[in-house]
Design a protein around this ligand. Structure first.
Ligand SMILES: [Zn+2]
Length: 126
């Protein structure tokens, strides 16, 4: 029991660290997007590049937002004692998978089935 709790604390620490990193990365992405938006010396080619960069920043931001949500949900699962269980099938997620991706809500089987479109992601996670 004590050992399990140690492990959970380690995951919680890693998740909190990740949460902070993502928050900082998101903040700087927003800053970059804002600072690259207004520049009246740009010609058409520059504008195209700026548009592309903005799009890239936006999609990076979206991916980070999504991960930040996963990290926060994982922290919530630690708090309520369901961390390490697949939110879809309730089976334990493989220890190696949890180790590599502590924020993952799904076991590998469910993850694959979601990617194949066989099952819908659980509403509370989407
Ligand atoms: Zn599962």
């Amino acid at each position: 029991m004590a050992k399990t709790e140690d492990k959970l604390q380690q995951y919680e620490k890693r998740l909190r660290q990740r949460e902070k990193e993502l928050e900082q990365a998101l903040a700087s992405t927003v800053e970059q997007a804002l600072s690259s938006s207004v520049d009246d010396t740009q010609d058409v080619a520059d504008l195209a590049v700026a548009g592309y960069q903005k799009e890239m920043l936006f999609s990076q931001g979206t991916a980070r937002n999504k991960q930040l949500r996963l990290v926060r949900q994982a922290l919530h699962r630690i708090a309520v004692g369901t961390f390490g269980d697949c939110v879809h099938c309730d089976r334990a997620i493989g220890p190696k998978r949890v180790e590599a991706l502590p924020w993952t809500p799904y076991c590998i089987e469910c993850q694959e089935r979601i990617e194949n479109g066989e099952i819908q992601p659980t509403a509370s996670v989407a």
